[in-house]
Design a protein around this ligand. Structure first.
Ligand SMILES: NC(=O)c1ccc[n+]([C@@H]2O[C@H](COP(=O)([O-])OP(=O)(O)OC[C@H]3O[C@@H](n4cnc5c(N)ncnc54)[C@H](O)[C@@H]3O)[C@@H](O)[C@H]2O)c1
Length: 261
């Protein structure tokens, strides 16, 4: 029996991914800071910023059967932490997960890592020095250096998620040699506990929401549907890309001349 893993599965989009995948995959392992309790799945506690916890997770997955898929939705947002912690969970954690699962990759394995619309918002302001840093998130001094340069949590989040897009593309090259695929998925403004918290605490988010051409928040299940496609054999030649699931918010903002952080 193959094994599929969903992180951040206690709530939000990770939870929706778990609910959507559980009927169509064999073993489903659900992961969060506290072990999720979702019927028909194996719930495990794992802090995705803790290398030892990731190693234990991967060991456990390896004992259950061949590795089929990973939906890595665990993450934190600008109003939840300072820049250092955001980089540690969102970027360093993603790189560690991709590296740790790599030895388990067999033909047909696939991963989708959650990036963000925020990565697109900071793209016009990309800085080669910062890009060089985020491309080496496991460097010994990474968190000290990046936290010394980036002091705004919103910018840190966008930059960390830009790093996720780039880490997933690099992993696609490595996993591809074993027949595995890696993509990232960038949600827009989505109706989850995180999305609602950002909407409540950041007025700019409400202005952005008004510019979604579809005129509404995205549903967590709508994002889970896109993630499930990327993990499925229907996407068997889709690898190394970022899929923006934002109800056309980015082109909506560009049309109004308001794209940017
Ligand atoms: N909601 C949005 O509008 C939105 C937009 C763009 C990107 N995203 C990204 O999508 C992903 C899912 O977001 P969501 O809205 O479902 O968030 P959420 O906060 O509703 O759920 C995230 C889950 O991740 C878990 N988590 C956080 N840190 C963890 C850690 N260190 N180890 C293990 N689990 C941890 C939390 O406990 C929580 O259950 C995140 O990566 C987020 O950055 C969300």
């Amino acid at each position: 029996m193959t094994v599929t893993v969903v992180t951040g599965a206690a709530r939000g989009m990770g939870r929706s991914c778990a609910e959507r995948l559980k009927g169509s995959v064999e073993h489903l392992v659900t992961v969060d800071l506290v072990a999720p309790e979702i019927e028909g799945t194996i719930g495990l506690a794992c802090d995705v910023s803790d290398p030892a916890a990731i190693a234990a997770l991967v060991d456990h997955v390896g004992t259950l059967g061949p590795f089929r898929a990973l939906a890595h939705a665990a993450g934190i947002s600008p109003t939840m932490a300072d820049p250092r912690r955001i980089f540690d969970v969102d970027l360093v954690g993603t790189q560690r997960m991709l590296d740790a699962f790599e030895p388990l990759v067999v033909s047909g394995s696939a991963a989708v890592c959650f990036s963000s619309l925020a990565a697109y918002q900071i793209a016009p302001f990309a800085d080669p020095t910062l890009d060089a840093l985020i491309d080496e998130p496991l460097a010994a001094d990474f968190l000290d250096r990046i936290a010394g340069l980036v002091t705004d949590s919103g910018y840190a989040y966008g930059l960390a998620k830009r790093g996720v897009v780039r880490a997933a593309a690099r992993a696609a090259v490595r996993w591809g040699r074993r027949g595995g695929r890696v993509n990232s998925l960038a949600p827009g403004i989505i109706d989850t506990p995180m999305g609602r918290q950002e909407l409540e605490q950041q007025p700019v988010m409400r202005t952005m929401l008004e510019q979604v051409p579809l005129g509404r928040l995205g549903g967590a299940d709508e994002v889970a549907a896109a993630a499930a496609f990327l993990l499925s054999d229907d996407a068997s030649f889709v690898s190394g890309i970022d899929v923006l699931v934002d109800g056309a918010l980015m082109p909506g903002m560009a049309a109004r001349g308001t794209a940017g952080p």
